[in-house]
Design a protein around this ligand. Structure first.
Ligand SMILES: [Zn+2]
Length: 78
């Protein structure tokens, strides 16, 4: 499974009102009582600001994985 983050379709589906889980940083619907990703109960609404650090870490992990795979392919092909 490739995690590409919340897409425009996801945002449309949520009606444009989204926030971010204070626990895992996943994008969740503004009115959601519970985070669909980690199951944390959200009280008082989700945060309006994107937790850039959590997102960046996930992106970096994916990026490093791709680099390692490409490096392996190059080593065996060349
Ligand atoms: Zn969560």
């Amino acid at each position: 499974m490739i995690d590409e983050g919340p897409s425009a379709d996801d945002i449309d589906r949520f009606g444009g009102d989204t926030g971010y889980c204070p626990h895992c940083g996943e994008e969740v619907w503004d009115q959601a009582p519970q985070c669909p990703s980690c199951g944390t109960w959200i009280e008082g609404g989700v945060g309006g600001q994107r937790p850039d650090e959590a997102w960046f870490k996930r992106r970096m992990t994916l990026f490093i994985l791709i680099v390692v795979i490409v490096a392996f392919i190059l080593v065996f092909v060349l």
